[in-house]
Ligand binder design. Structure first.
Ligand code: G6P
Length: 611
């Protein structure tokens, strides 16, 4: 949520900052702003709306200076408006700041600053930081020190970049609970919320830790502790992603590109991790000895959004294959309740971005209780990737579409590998290990065959484009898929959709069904097929339209329902990897037909860095 970019170097800052913002737009898109050093002073421009609105508003004589900061906003305190957009400034408009996060004690600080004579322009929590830094600069020559001292008075989360007219050629950044990285170029340095902003300029980055403050100039960077001022150890790391990976590659939307990347994504997620002749999976990063794996008697998975649903698939799968109970917890709930973990409970957090605030808080809470935590993440260098005690990278490449697709299948694929690895150390036979891994290897080609049906799915979408409600149902492994399908639909097409276990239907949801309220069933030919068919008949008896996702070999179900999308057959535990694909395509086509902004759905942001 909220994207920050800052630049100091020899090039013109404005185009780099605007391009960086566009690359970060998925983090928030209700307003944007930029501040660049002009010949005599810093020029700041900010606008409600998308980055292109800001870009169009920049006059031809907007400064061509070599240092600046910029921001794309997802509003927390203060409605989206030109005024509330970042950067914010102090009384004299000489200190400018961009911020991602929430300053929790801003009301007290505001009162104190008002008493000291500061006048406020906006309703934001961020503005107090500019005034607080101004206050410290009264007794302090160094901008770095003024920012550091100001931050010592602040409670809350922040990723910030600050510049001051009196201190040209330097930008101060700081991080606590919000993502922030340093980019190292040749005679130039950057600060950004994540690597996507920097990919065309540099792949050398430093990941500062929470509680650290940064200074960048054209020639150098330094990282210190906000509290003690002590120099921090900072390692320059190479980003594996290329700039090209974060482009649409000819697709009209990132989401569609990412849906079509899924065969490759699964191939990458499992590459080098299967030992076929032994029906075994190899996961080097778990950091659990075999002895420790054997002691695990419970697994707890914590996540948010789509990652939570991947965890729910994981629960069904791990319980089925390993006979170990799995708890799946919503991180925003988990973090505030009593945490009951046994000494042999294995804990996982799942997060595509590795920066979701609630998931990070849950991870910290588990660690505080003295337990180890494993991560399933897509972003190397992210907070979750760094703060966990081990884990599994999903290697899905940058996911830019706000609605997660490819990360979901990659998360499930690595959970399958985990289940096989764990199972083979326990009582899973080599045959069963082989059966699962062989079926997994076939999944990418099977997904390709579903993707070929995109036009067919679009035709179905045309029939449903004006409905306002949808009920999604499935059983067992496909219950989480019903939830994920319904989430995708509401996220990007704004059609109200509810996901339910099909068996729960008669306990309420069926009351909604009439001619205008269709139901979607995920009903492949598996161990619960007959039960799901009964539910379909019950909807039909009440004149509800049914759209079903079923098996290619099913000749009966297509006759029963209005619309049918066939998926290839696989073993039951792997069905979710196939059944989710038509649901992603259906929501995509419905969103396009309803003229929704697929990659930037209203009110949402990709990386939810505030709770
Ligand atoms: C947001 C995104 C979702 C994502 C969820 C969790 O809601 O829009 O697509 O599933 O956050 O994100 P994470 O990065 O932790 O997987």
């Amino acid at each position: 949520m909220c994207g920050i970019v800052a630049y100091v170097g020899e090039k013109k800052a404005t185009p780099i900052l605007i391009d960086g913002l566009k690359r970060l737009e998925y983090r928030g898109y209700d307003s944007a702003g930029i501040a660049v050093f002009g010949k005599e002073k810093i020029e700041c421009e900010k606008k409600k709306g998308r980055i292109r609105v800001l870009e169009d508003s920049l006059s031809v004589d907007y400064p061509e200076g070599n240092a600046g900061i910029a921001h794309t906003r997802w509003a927390t305190h203060g409605a989206p408006s030109d005024l509330n957009a970042h950067p914010h400034w102090d009384c004299n408009k000489k200190i400018l700041i961009v911020h991602n996060g929430i300053i929790e004690n801003y009301i007290d600080l505001r009162k104190k600053l008002k008493k000291a004579g500061h006048a406020f322009n906006t309703e934001t929590d961020t503005e107090i930081l500019a005034h607080l830094i101004e206050e410290h600069l009264k007794n302090e020559k160094s901008l770095f020190e003024a920012v550091r001292k100001a931050l010592n008075e602040v409670h809350g989360t922040y990723g910030i970049a600050v510049m001051s007219e009196e201190h040209p050629g330097e930008i101060i950044g700081a991080k606590n609970g919000s993502p922030l990285i340093i980019g190292i170029g040749d005679d130039e340095h950057f600060i950004a919320s994540d690597v996507s902003a920097l990919l065309p300029y540099t792949r050398r980055v430093v990941y500062p830790r929470d509680g650290e403050i940064i200074r960048i100039t054209k020639d150098a960077f330094e990282v210190r502790s906000i509290k003690s001022k002590e120099e921090a150890t900072s390692k320059v790391e190479k980003v594996e992603w290329s700039s090209d990976m974060a482009t649409k590659k000819g697709y009209p939307h990132f989401m569609l590109k990412e849906i079509f990347e899924q065969p490759l994504v699964i191939r990458n997620a499992i590459a080098g991790r299967i030992i076929p002749e032994e029906g075994l999976a190899h996961l080097g990063g778990l950091n659990y000895t075999v002895k420790e794996l054997l002691q695990v008697d419970r697994i707890m998975i914590c996540a948010m959004g789509t990652a939570y649903y991947a965890g729910l698939v994981g629960k069904y799968m791990i319980e089925e294959l390993l006979g170990i109970p799995v708890d799946i917890e919503n991180a925003s709930e988990f973090r505030y309740k009593r945490i009951i973990l046994g000494k042999n409970t294995m804990s996982f957090v799942i997060s595509q971005s590795g920066e979701t605030a609630d998931t990070i808080a849950a991870l910290r809470e588990i660690k505080r209780k003295g337990h180890r935590v494993l991560g399933v993440s897509n972003v190397a260098g992210s907070t979750i990737a760094r703060d966990t005690d081990g884990g599994i990278f999903v290697h899905a490449g940058p996911e830019i579409g706000v609605a997660s697709t490819k990360a979901f299948v990659a998360q499930i694929a690595v959970l399958v590998l985990f289940a096989v690895k764990m199972g083979r150390h326990r009582d899973m036979t080599v045959e069963q290990g082989k059966e699962i891994t062989e079926a997994l290897v076939k999944i990418p080609a099977q997904i390709e065959s579903i993707l070929e049906k995109s036009d067919e799915i679009k035709k179905i979408a045309e029939k449903y484009k004006d409905v306002e409600d949808f009920l999604y149902m499935g059983r067992k492994f496909n219950f989480p898929i019903a939830l994920e399908g319904a989430l995708k639909l509401k996220e990007i097409s704004y059609i109200h959709a509810e996901g339910y276990p099909a068996g729960e239907m008669k306990h309420g949801p069926i009351a909604l069904i009439d001619k205008t309220f269709p139901a979607l069933f995920v009903a492949p030919k598996d161990s619960v097929y007959d039960k799901t068919i009964n539910n379909i008949q019950e909807i039909k008896a009440r004149e509800g339209d049914v759209l079903a996702i079923g098996s290619e070999s099913d000749t009966e179900l297509p006759k029963m329902v209005e619309d049918f999308i066939a998926v290839p057959e696989t073993i039951e535990v792997l069905e979710p990897l196939l059944t989710v694909i038509p649901l992603q395509l259906l929501s995509y086509h419905l969103a396009v037909l309803r003229e929704c902004d697929v990659d930037k759905p209203r009110n949402l942001a990709k990386s939810v860095t505030v709770e």
